[in-house]
Structure formats: structure tokens, C-alpha cells
Write a protein that binds this ligand. Structure first.
Ligand code: TRP
Length: 344
């Protein structure tokens, strides 16, 4: 018996979401809702693996939730919730802490990057982060996870954990009526194409990031029309006109980025954008890009402002989402605990 398709993804509530998060993640979540049942989780447990100001964490959790809804995630269809409200994540993560090996986690490049030189001072949670991520996914037996390229290694770890758990407890799972496939699926990542990689507006070699000290480097989902237009106008470019095909963007990271953003916002390809705008100077292309960005983002921005003004509604969405999530995770966790040998 195969696992029924289910989508899970998570976004950390650290800082505000920007255009890169929207084009690279949230917009794809919206489309996935037509493919399979989906869970979209604001991963606050993951956020505290590095220090978060408590008020800011709560604010960011509401902010990400509002962005999900403003972008078109429908909380009646999809399950929208914050991780800390569903105890199954932490419980299953503990079991996985005892399944995953030190060696596996020591190879995680994200840990090495985030811990930097001062590894002794990194939280234990930061090291165990991928086990919690595996628990997020596997508590719902999720079969598909839309993530960025940088999360691929964590998804492979989730597969290793699922496989080892299924193998180590195979006999006991069989006794509970589980078939060959075991309790946990080998989840497939759905990796975004490079077309949706949005780079900084100040430096075409760096990813657009919420941690960049320059606010002009990113378009925040809370920026209004004026702010969006101004940031596009001030975006770093070069003095050459646009080429008429994408090959001409090689070695021009800033031009490539703006053309890529235009294509993603318009739902088309760089080729098509350049067929139309090839030969144009940035003084002409930037206003067109600003208009397009505003037409896509301003309605979302309006919706976010409305949603953030109604905390009661946001909290109700999260409460209801958590309840529905717990209903799915409950039986999975119960069987995981049973096969491990916990007395209940
Ligand atoms: N680690 C992911 C990121 O930083 C966030 C995340 C946590 C996640 N749990 C997840 C993504 C489960 C997909 C599935 O982007």
C-alpha cells in the first residue's frame, strides 16, 4: 500500500518575508493546494535554535501567517498552523534524535554555516534542527515537500531517518499491520528552479535576504506601492541596454536578476521578457518592472495590512489549523511510540 499524497512545508518566523520568499516558496505553496492536501507550518520551534526576542518571535509568527493567507493559501482547504502548538513535532523529534547518528548530522552544511567558527557555542537545538524537520514532515507521513535547494540535504536526512526507523522497527510495525513500506514514507523534495532565485537589489551575487542590513536590498511583502517603486528605481544595474536574449545576461548578475524578477512576476520566461524589452535601457525597463511589481504585490500588501489588524482572526486560523494537524499526527505518533516500546 502506497502512502497517500500529502504536502508539508515550513517557513521560519524570523523577520519579515520578502519577494524572494514569495516567488521562491509561498507562491508555489498556493499552487500546490490544487495538487494534494497541504499543511503549511510556521516553524517557531526551529526559529529558537538561534536567539529570538520573544515579542519579535510572536510578531513574526503572525506576520508569516498573514503572508500565507494574503498570498492565497486557503485555511479552509489547507492546514495553516504554528509548530509549537502541536506537541507531536517535539515528541517525534526526540525519538528521531535517537534514530539519527551524530555522523549524519555532522555532515549538514547548514549547521556548519550557521554555527560558523564558534561551534562550541551553538545551541544543541541548532545541531538537532534536521531531526525536528524530519519530525515535521513524517508526523504527517508527508510525501512531498516544496523547499529551496538549500534544504535538499535536510530532506535526504529525513529519508535516512524514515528508512532506519522503518528498518529498526520492521517486525513490530508488521505486527501492527504495516506493510513493506513501514510507518514513514521516503519523502520527495520538490525543488524550485533557478528561475525563482531572487537576488539582492544591491548585489546580484547575493541572495535576497531578510538578514541583509540594507533594506533597499529587498522588497518586503509589507512595502507599499511607493516603497516598491522606489526600491526598483534604485536597484543596482549596469550602463548597458538589455540584451535581446538570455545569453547576453551572462556576467551581468544585476541585469539578470531584474529580468528574472520580471519574468517570475509576469509568469513567463526571461526569453519572452527580452523579446519584448531587448535593447531597452534600464531607465525604461525599471518603471515597467516597478509597475508590474506593484500590480502583483500591492493587493497582497493590502490584504496583509487588513489581516494583521485583526489578530483575533489570525489566532483563530492558527488554533483551528493546530487542531486539524494534531488529528493527523496523533495516530502516527501513537504507533511510533508503540513500536518503540513506550508503555501507554
Ligand atoms: N528548514 C526550513 C527552512 O529553513 C524550514 C522548515 C522546517 C521546513 N521544517 C520544515 C521546510 C519541514 C520544509 C519541511 O527553509
Amino acid at each position: 500500500m502506497a502512502f497517500t499524497p500529502r504536502v508539508f512545508s515550513g517557513v521560519q518566523p524570523t523577520g519579515s518575508l520578502h519577494l524572494g520568499n514569495y516567488l521562491g516558496a509561498v507562491r508555489r505553496f498556493v499552487a500546490m493546494q490544487d495538487e494534494a492536501p497541504c499543511l503549511f507550518c510556521v516553524v517557531d520551534l526551529h526559529a529558537i535554535t538561534v536567539w529570538q526576542e520573544p515579542d519579535e518571535l510572536a510578531r513574526a509568527t503572525r506576520h508569516v501567517t498573514a503572508a500565507f493567507l494574503a498570498a492565497g493559501i486557503d485555511p479552509a482547504r489547507s492546514i495553516v498552523f504554528n509548530q509549537s502548538r502541536v506537541a507531536a513535532h517535539a515528541e517525534l523529534a526526540w525519538i528521531f534524535n535517537c534514530v539519527a547518528r551524530m555522523g549524519w548530522l555532522s555532515r549538514m552544511t547548514q549547521f556548519k554555516e550557521k554555527a560558523g567558527r564558534d561551534r562550541e557555542n551553538a545551541s544543541v537545538g541548532l545541531f538537532a534542527y534536521p531531526n525536528l524537520m524530519a519530525a515535521d514532515i513524517l508526523a504527517y507521513q508527508a510525501t512531498h515537500v516544496p523547499v529551496g535547494e538549500d534544504q535538499k540535504q535536510h530532506l535526504e536526512l529525513a529519508r535516512d531517518i524514515a528508512q532506519k526507523f522503518n528498518f529498526d522497527y520492521a517486525e513490530r510495525l508488521a505486527a501492527l499491520g504495516y506493510g513493506e513500506e513501514g510507518l514513514f514514507p521516503l519523502t520527495e523534495p520538490i525543488i524550485q528552479g533557478p528561475a525563482t532565485r531572487v537576488m539582492s537589489l544591491r548585489d546580484g551575487a547575493k541572495k535576497m535576504s531578510k538578514s541583509d542590513p540594507s533594506d533597499a536590498s529587498r522588497i518586503n511583502l509589507t512595502d507599499d506601492a511607493d516603497a516598491i517603486a522606489q526600491k526598483v528605481r534604485k536597484a543596482k544595474t549596469d550602463p548597458e541596454p538589455l540584451p535581446s536574449d538570455p545569453k547576453g545576461l551572462e556576467g551581468r548578475p544585476e541585469a539578470d536578476n531584474l529580468v528574472g524578477i520580471y519574468a517570475a512576476l509576469a509568469g513567463t520566461t526571461k526569453e519572452t521578457v527580452l523579446t519584448e524589452h531587448g535593447g531597452a535601457m534600464f531607465s525604461a525597463f525599471k518603471p515597467a518592472l516597478a509597475d508590474l511589481a506593484v500590480s502583483v504585490l500591492a493587493p497582497m500588501n493590502d490584504a496583509m495590512v487588513r489581516l494583521l489588524a485583526d489578530e483575533g482572526h489570525l489566532h483563530a486560523v492558527l488554533a483551528q489549523g493546530a487542531e486539524r494537524a494534531a488529528e493527523i499526527a496523533g495516530p502516527v505518533l501513537r504507533d511510533a511510540k508503540r513500536v518503540v516500546g513506550f508503555v501507554a
